[in-house]
Design a protein. Structure first.
Length: 49
C-alpha cells in the first residue's frame, strides 16, 4: 500500500485527497477537499521517523 492509499484511509470520507503539491526531506504536501464544507485544503504529511 502506498502513502496516498494509507493517507486516504486515515482521512476517511471527511476529506478527498487530490494532487501532491510537493515534498522534500521534511514533509509531503497534498491538496484535498473537505467534503463537509466543500473547501479546498492542504494536508501536510511528516515522515514516520
Amino acid at each position: 500500500m502506498d502513502l496516498r492509499d494509507q493517507l486516504q484511509g486515515t482521512l476517511g470520507d471527511s476529506y478527498r485527497l487530490g494532487r501532491e503539491l510537493g515534498g522534500g526531506g521534511m514533509a509531503r504536501v497534498f491538496v484535498a477537499e473537505d467534503t463537509s464544507l466543500g473547501r479546498e485544503i492542504v494536508v501536510k504529511v511528516l515522515p514516520p521517523e
